[in-house]
Design a protein around this ligand. Structure first.
Ligand SMILES: C[S@@+](CC[C@H](N)C(=O)[O-])C[C@H]1O[C@@H](n2cnc3c(N)ncnc32)[C@H](O)[C@@H]1O
Length: 234
């Protein structure tokens, strides 16, 4: 699949389709995010860094890191942050950021057991075909007592706001993406995949089922995004 073709993955999220889709999005990924989220993406990344509670010198894995825009934010804490993703196009588009980057699949991570103080994944888990396997892999590479933060689109809690937001997702967002993105069809997939994704409570249960403890979540922007935090038992 050439990078310039507009192409979206199907909701069964075949890994080669997802990787190709993100290769196609990579060129204008950061700009498109800021436009379609009306600038909220910066606040969401800041809040994710706060939820991670990183300390200088800690080792952090930013999984499905794409262009490394999230990794750069987490690095402001003084922690050593590694970006990992399976889309070479996304990693390449973020090369200028000079964050350590490792190509790898979230369901078979190229890291040893218990090496990270924290692992995090922003807007990535929804795109992983076997997301439960990814949650178990993240647990494997985390030190005992270490933490997980998942930032992901979720379900707005106030009914009327949820209705307006769903309208935006299905109608306006694809049109806005057509004006900005290098792969507009990917934003139809974005809208569909958000609608099909578990709500806050359902995701918390899946995180716990993967072996994580003390799972909690916090809503951002009325629940458009939820931050789930959990710990690996000592
Ligand atoms: C929406 S982007 C998020 C990028 C970045 N974390 C951010 O906050 O902007 C989702 C990323 O998930 C990656 N991804 C999806 N499935 C993956 C998998 N199985 N292994 C590694 N990366 C994956 C894609 O390549 C893409 O870069």
């Amino acid at each position: 699949m050439a990078k310039t073709e507009s192409f979206r993955a199907s909701l069964d999220k075949q890994p080669h389709e997802v990787a190709s889709m993100f290769d196609g999005v990579a060129e204008r990924y950061d700009l498109t995010n800021t436009v379609i989220s009306a600038g909220q993406d910066r606040y969401w990344r800041w809040a994710t860094r706060r939820a991670l509670g990183l300390r200088p010198g800690e080792r952090v894995l930013d999984l499905a890191a794409g262009t490394g825009v999230s990794t750069l934010e987490f690095g402001k804490s003084g922690a050593y942050c590694v970006a990992s993703d399976f889309s070479k196009g996304m990693l390449e588009a973020g090369r200028h950021r000079r964050v350590p980057m490792v190509a790898g699949d979230a369901t078979a991570l190229p890291f040893a057991d218990e090496v990270f103080d924290a692992v995090t994944i922003s807007y990535g888990l929804r795109n992983v075909s076997e997301s439960d396997a990814a949650l178990r892999e993240m647990l494997r590479v985390t030190k005992p007592g270490g933490r997980l933060v998942v930032a992901e689109f979720s379900t707005p809690v106030f009914g009327p706001f949820r209705t307006v937001y769903m309208e935006y997702l299905m109608r306006a967002l694809p049109r806005v993406a057509r004006a900005v993105s290098s792969n507009p069809d990917a934003y139809v997939y974005l809208a569909e995949s958000i609608r099909a994704w578990p709500n806050q409570r359902q995701l918390a249960l899946r995180i716990a089922d993967a072996g994580w403890s003390a799972v909690q979540w916090r809503n951002l922007t009325g629940g458009i995004v939820a931050l789930h935090r959990a710990y690996k038992l000592q």
